[in-house]
Write a protein that binds this ligand. Sequence first.
Ligand SMILES: [Mn+2]
Length: 325
Amino acid sequence: MRLDWQELFKLLESNDHFIVTCHVHPDGDAIGSLLAIGFLLKKWRKNFQLICSEGVPTVYSYLEGSELVKKERDPLITPQVLISVDCAEKDRCALASEIWDVSGLIIVNIDHHVTNTGFGSLNLINPQAAATGEVIYHLFSKAGFDFDSSVATALYTAVATDTGFFRYSNTSAFTLELVSVLVKKYGIEPSKIAEQVHEQKSYQAIRLLGEVLCTLQVGIGGKVAWMVLDQPMISKYQVENEETEGYVNYARSIEGVEIGILFKELRTNEIKLSWRSSISVDVSKLAANFGGGGHARAAGCTINGPVDQVVNDVLQFVTEYYRAR
Ligand SMILES: [Mn+2]
């Protein structure tokens, strides 16, 4: 896919006030990409604000510049350009919706979700990229923009987290070449970043995992495994949202299982589903049936209703899906 980088650089030349945002419930790719674009704008000596309504999850606070990310934009500054990273649709951008009312706002949409709606005035979307960080790395290379180790750390984090540290099927030769450059040229230490992301869990998060694993069930001919994380468990352990992100992988990692689902009760009658799959199933399509989306191997959606009913309805739907295949 040809990406019109020239257009982006023209926008950088002709505007001064930028606002950058990512998707809600930010992950490593969202935050890493947000910070990388921040560095680009800093290099170009632009005025910019990095906005993520939920702030930076503690697990990514090791990234340099994460303290620059604000939860709300400064209403006194009128941005000319909004750059959205890693966000498939307008409604999932992590900033107050009044932004869309800013007149004349130019929207740059940088992403890799195959489901991206193309909501930008300029869309730089590469669904073949493993992460938005990979799209941005490509942008920097094209521009001959030589960055430093803090940007390299942000990009490495983006790519590593979206590929499950190079275990998922989106890991390509290009992904590995890219991280090889980050290691060779910028001195990134993969073991250090893996430790930051995976080995700083709280005692409470591991205890909670124990309870969630007790809810694990396998059905539909051993092809689907699911777990439930309900409100009583969440309030008992007081674990940060991001710390439960990886739980669903336990369901997916069982031999013979093609789909792993975690049902998480955000509040009464509001259930968030995390879907993970092996190469044979595209879960973004299943999640889309419930108004969600994502990638073929990792997707999400939110369904309203009591948790037991939602579990039943979803399993019913997945049973039908297998029957129709
Ligand atoms: Mn991503």
